[in-house]
Design a protein around this ligand. Sequence first.
Ligand SMILES: *[C@@H]1O[C@H](CO)[C@@H](O)[C@H](O)[C@H]1NC(C)=O
Length: 750
Amino acid sequence: MEALGRIGTSQSCSSSFESHDDCNAGLLAVWHLTRLPILCILAGVFLTLKWWLSRRNSVGLGEQIVELKIPAQTFQPLSKPITEPGISNIQPTPTPVTKPSLSRAKREPKRVLGSKAGRRVSPKSHPNSETASIRIQPMIFFSSLTGSTEAYAKSVQEQLIEKASASTLEPQIYDLSYIDYDDYFISAPESEAGIKYCYLVLVPTYNIDTVLNNFILHLEETHHDFRIDNAPLTGIIGYSVFGFGDREGWPTEEDGFCSQAKDIDRWLAKLTGRRRAFPLGMGDVKADAKARLMEWVGGIVETMSNIAETGSLGEGVIGSGDAVESDVEEDDTEDKVKSTLGDLEDIGIRTNTKTSLAIDFTTTDTNTLKPMVPKTSPTYASLTKQGYAIIGSHSGVKICRWTKSALRGRGSCYKRSFYGIASHLCMETTPSLSCSNKCVFCWRHGTNPVGTTWRWQVDPPEMIYDGAKEAHLKKIKTMRGVPGVKAERFQEAMRIRHCALSLVGEPIFYPHINEFLTLLHNDHISSFLVCNAQHPDQLAALNNVTQLYVSIDASNKESLRKIDRPLHRDFWERFIKCLDIIRSRRYDMRTVYRLTLVKGFNIDDEVSGYADLIARGLPCFVEIKGVTYCGTSTSAGAGLSMSNVPFYHEVQTFVTALDTELAKRGLHYGIAAEHAHSCCVLMAASTFKRNGKWCTIIDYDRYFQLLESGEPFGPEDYMGEDTPEWALWGNGGFDPADQRVDRKGRAIEI
Ligand SMILES: *[C@@H]1O[C@H](CO)[C@@H](O)[C@H](O)[C@H]1NC(C)=O
């Protein structure tokens, strides 16, 4: 007090320095006059200092560097403390609410609904009648301690204004620190007819107690409040969350990267009745936050225009919008269908086989040709039930489980390890659902038609190509709301880079297969084509593809008859002819033998026979894969059971023996790579080694460059980078960049 008094009154004192008492009395008078403002200032300084110190000791993750000039490691006093309503000018409800009272729910009841709504409110339940006049009102919510998330949120607002379609209203933006949660997160705010809210939430990650914790707690309490419908936000049309994190301190999601964004995403899934409109986005503030956010916004823009068009989030796969991941849908769809298909073979296939031998495409009057898979046929119904999209009358597309896996940041199929194909960029399709074999291990032959010649209507290649792309992307989009799908990979998947013509049926059966391939290549989509080695004429006429496969299901005639159950009488002659064609194309493109090992059918005593077949066709590569069992009635009828599935070590033993046999014949092959997860090993001709290292990866850009140059080129000319270390024989083949999970989707410690 003394010191303060002196400072405040030094001027009045200087004139009468000697008279201490007088001076003191004067001082006291002045003090009485000025003490109130002084005390106030003091208290202010003290509080600011205390607040600053506490901020300095706490650790912020996720927010500290972006765009602000604050050095990453230090926390400076903020020019704009969070208690200052920074953006009140754009808030329709400018009254800053101090800390939302968490006990509010207990004191005064929130809105009480008469009954609990069902837990699973499907997005589909939205009536489509609203379609005509729906407009989307984006609501951006953010939380920001340092201001950087706020800056990001504002940039999202600007981008939406700039890019969003006419059906999207100007986004409103709210700081989670200043709104009353009850206004937005207990029920959807009131809106004019035809306007639907879409919530976009942007949050940093902090491991200290912040307003974010209150927010998450509020969401949780609302969900659990017995007086409130547990999905009270079903009134909004959709939501998506973006989190900012710091990979330096929290490298993985398990370590807590973007943990609060993940929590919010999960709670909103529950509160909105599974209305995740777009995958949870995540960005590293020290690396890719801006790029990831851009992608996310791009996806949001597209999603909102889809919603405006259709009036709802649209069709999602099973599990879409769920709060947490589950793998159930991946495994059971096919099996469920299969068990109901026991009789299909009798209806479809037997009649097909009888007539197909008599009729030939070339001699049939085209006017009387029937569709291969009519929309009203049981085959059509069962294929669509299994997840196929049927294009035209004889083509199909399906999303494979690896595509889904890759979208979730988990593993890709062996084509990633061997050839550099990320599964989420790969489209699986076939222009012919029909096949001329009934292989015992084919999990599709219960449903797809078979025949030895093309005797159906022919759809034009452009129609199949456009239809396939559209159906593929549509199916990818149904993954939008699946928990765990990475926004980044989802956006990448919108551009198809690879096409696997191996789905079901026999692609080279289609009379315009070459035109179809040209369409793919024109769009720089690589082509992997698998054929069954039963159509030498079509194979000889086939254009060059990126990689050409023949299925080698046995090493001798008797074994092949048992396992492939071919429809052609001269199947063995056809088979051998195809291998000779493969040899003649050895320097045109990458050729591959695909061996499918079935225990008790084609492994024992056949190693030497396979080596002979390789010597005959001299493929660039040999893929050896253990059969996968799917428990269909037809495969059971063929005598196949779980005991026919080889263990991975048995596949490895076979491959080692085959390697020895090839060496004995003086052939230069070696075991290059493996993907233990899919029980698959790759052998390669030694010409695919560079500086002593395997290079089985394909340089796709180079491939299209060469193709467009018009000059002849060989398969070694589009050899890409070295096969990654983790994929090499002996290393297992799991990409360390992907997350390993068990059957229930939990992370596995490696
Ligand atoms: C396939 O590639 C080879 C080598 O580049 C070339 O000579 C041949 O003409 C190509 N065939 C077709 C059908 O394009």
